[in-house]
Design a protein around this ligand. Sequence first.
Ligand SMILES: NC(=O)c1ccc[n+]([C@@H]2O[C@H](COP(=O)([O-])OP(=O)(O)OC[C@H]3O[C@@H](n4cnc5c(N)ncnc54)[C@H](O)[C@@H]3O)[C@@H](O)[C@H]2O)c1
Ligand SMILES: [Zn+2]
Length: 356
Amino acid sequence: MMNFTVDAAGCRYEVVVGPLAKAGRRLGDLARGRSVPVVTDERIWALHGATLSDLLHVEPIFVPEGEAAKSWGQLQRLIARFAELNLDRTSPLLAFGGGSVGDLTGLAASLFKRGCPVVHVPTTLLAQVDSAVGGKTAIDAEGQKNLVGTFHQPALVLADVALLDTLDERQLRAGYAEVVKYALIGHEVLFDWLEDHREAILSGDRTMREEAVSQCFMAKARLVEADPEDRTGLRALLNLGHSFGHAIESAAGLGTVLHGEAVAVGMALAFDFSVAFELCPADDAARVRRHLASAGLPTTIGETGVDRSALLPLIGADKKNEGGRLRLVLTGGIGNAFLAPDVEPERLAGFLANAG
Ligand SMILES: NC(=O)c1ccc[n+]([C@@H]2O[C@H](COP(=O)([O-])OP(=O)(O)OC[C@H]3O[C@@H](n4cnc5c(N)ncnc54)[C@H](O)[C@@H]3O)[C@@H](O)[C@H]2O)c1
Ligand SMILES: [Zn+2]
C-alpha cells in the first residue's frame, strides 16, 4: 500500500495505491454512515461491484460504457438522480470506472449544489495513471471532445491494480502509452525502468503495476501542483503526443483508434519532429519507437489507417493552441519535454507530408 498527498489549488487530498479492501476506513470516514452513490457502468459493476459493496453501503447509478457517458443527457440524468436521493453538499460521490466515468462524475460533482466531494476509484490503467488525479472534468458537446468541463479536485483517489486484471488487452496497452508518456516528459530513469519491466507490467505483475502507477501519480501530481489550472505551460507538458494524437483520433473517427494508441503514434511523431529540427538526438527517437512497438502499440501514421493530409487542419484547431499560434510539446530527448509556443505551420506541414 502506497500513500501520496496532492496539494493543488488549495485542495489537499490523498492518493492510495493498494487493495481496495484495505481502504474501507478511509471511505467510511467520508461516508459517515450514509449510503454512497456510485457512478459506474454495468460491465464494471458486474465484474467488481461486490468489492465495493463489501466495504460500504452503496447506491449504484449506471451510465453507458465508454465515451457515450460523457454527454449533456447523462450529466442531466446524474444531477436528477442526486436530487432524487436528496444529497447534500457534503455527500461524497464515487466514480467507479475508467476516464469516461471519472470525467462525467467529476463534472456532475463540481456542479451539484456548487460542488460536492468526489472519490475516484479508477478501473482502467489510463484512469489510474492519468485521469483520476488532477481534477479535470468534462463531457463532449457540439461534436467536440471535452468541450464542457470544470476543474474539481477529488477528495480521495483509490487505485487498486487488481481491478486491471479484467481489462481488455488492447485497453491495457493503450493505457501503457500514458505510462511511457510520464517517463518521456521528465523522468529518464523511469524510462530505463520501463525498458526493464514492460513485460511484467503488461502481463499482470501486481507489484510492478503498483510501482508504475505510483511513479505516474507522483509525476502527474508534481505538474498539477505547480500548474493546477493549466495556465503556465507546465501542466501542458502532459499533452506530449496529444496534439498529433487527438488529430489522429478525430481523423480515424472516435473510438476507431484508442486514445492511448493515438498518443503512442503522437509521441513518436513529437520525437521525430524534434529530431528533424535538431532539438533531440535521433537515438532517443529510435529508442522510444522501439519501446512503444515492443508494448504492441502503433508508432506510425500508416498503422492507424488515417489520411495524413487530414491531420494538419485538426492540429490547427486543437484547443491547446492560443491566440492562433500553434503550440506543441516537443523534446530535447527522453525526459526533456518542453512547450514550443509558436510552431510554424509550414514546418509542421512539411514534416507531416513525409512522417512515418
Ligand atoms: N480528466 C483527465 O485528466 C483525463 C485524462 C486522460 C483521459 N481522460 C478521458 O478518459 C476517457 C478514456 O478513459 P479510459 O481509457 O479509462 O476508458 P473508458 O472509461 O472510456 O472505458 C473503456 C471501457 O473499459 C471498460 N472497463 C473499465 N474498467 C474495466 C475493467 N476493470 N475491466 C474490464 N473492463 C473495464 C468500460 O466498461 C469501457 O467499456 C476519455 O474520455 C478521455 O478524454 C481524462
Ligand atoms: Zn491522454
